[in-house]
Design a protein around this ligand. Structure first.
Ligand code: 13P
Length: 311
């Protein structure tokens, strides 16, 4: 890459030339959110990828998001900036083990969080995101037993909200698990006027302290509409960019992780994406996500079911 090149101009030129769209998750770095045509949570990214008329979708997020876009838009070229951008939740749930888990619990409706591989989606009856999970669980007949995976924290939260007992897979998001409850208690004492906003991937002791629990989009929306002006944000810190943009006069404090030496609450996989990699991906049309058609046809069913219910 030529050091004198203006990356933003070049990315915009390539986008126009190739009829490409950039979609970014809220956990991307600020510069990527700012050049994206669309920024959203997992549900909105899936909905948007299903209806875009672009020829190329560049998905700046983690791999399962690119896979979901390809499953929904098989005729489009789906690019990701870095194939190493995995997800600790998706990795915690390999399809062969999940298939055994399902076999051990016959007769259950298999509900999976969207943070999974296409192979796990193909084993599922319905997919959920944190925006629609409560609604979808409540739509399942009460006498129908449920398997939920892979996030045990979200699963526990859903059990407590819906009153349903579910068989849970034991996975977790490494970013949401590392927030320090003790440090958040201290922060709340220091900032008594601050509300604690938490993602349901956080552990229960943190969730019971939260003033509001929701997906990234729900947390953003809540902070926008609240008449309070200070928030402690217990999710990946990328979301604070949009919170601050929507409410320039409000203060947003990232929730501190247990390990103070890491000094951040970033997802290193999300943060693998850079403007340089986006430029190269658009220029070379690589790395590209491809999914075998037989697998895609199985994986699209539970995603479409989710999209119908969330519409
Ligand atoms: P949402 O953006 O749907 O809240 O999900 C967060 C997440 O886990 C992304 O990996």
């Amino acid at each position: 890459i030529d050091k004198n090149m203006n990356l933003v101009d070049e990315i915009n030129r390539l986008k126009k030339e190739k009829n490409a769209i950039i979609m970014a998750h809220y956990y991307q770095v600020n510069q990527i959110q700012d050049i994206a045509d669309f920024v959203g949570d997992s549900l909105a990214l899936a909905q948007q990828s299903a209806k875009t008329d672009a020829d190329i979708i560049l998905l700046a997020g983690v791999l399962f998001m690119g896979e979901t876009a390809k499953i929904l838009s098989p005729d489009k070229k789906v690019l990701v900036p870095d194939l190493n951008a995995g997800c600790s939740l998706a990795d915690s749930c390999p399809a062969p083990e999940f298939a055994e888990f399902i076999a051990k619990n016959p007769g259950h409706t298999v509900v999976t969080y969207v943070n999974t591989t296409a192979a796990v989606k193909a084993l599922s009856d319905i997919v959920v995101t944190s925006t629609n999970a409560v609604h979808i669980i409540n739509s399942i007949p009460e006498d129908q037993p449920i398997i939920f995976g892979p996030d045990r924290n979200l699963g526990n939260y859903l059990q407590s909200i819906s009153g349903r007992k579910m068989v849970l897979w034991d996975g977790a998001c490494h970013v949401h698990e590392k927030f320090s409850v003790e440090k958040i208690v201290d922060l709340k004492k220091e900032h008594q006027d601050a509300l604690l906003l938490a993602h349901p991937e956080c552990k229960k002791p943190l969730l019971v302290m939260a003033d509001f629990i929701g997906s990234t989009a729900a947390l953003l929306n809540y902070s926008k509409n609240s008449d309070k002006s200070k928030f402690i944000v217990a999710t990946e810190s990328g979301i604070i960019h949009q919170m601050q943009k929507a409410s320039p006069d409000k203060a947003f404090i990232p929730a501190p992780p247990m390990d103070s030496t890491c000094g951040c609450n970033d997802c290193e996989f999300m943060k693998l994406n850079t403007l340089e990699k986006i430029y190269l991906a658009l220029k070379n049309e690589l790395p590209e996500i491809n999914i075998e058609e037989e697998l895609r046809l199985k994986a699209i069913k539970p995603i479409n079911k989710m999209l119908e219910i969330s519409a």
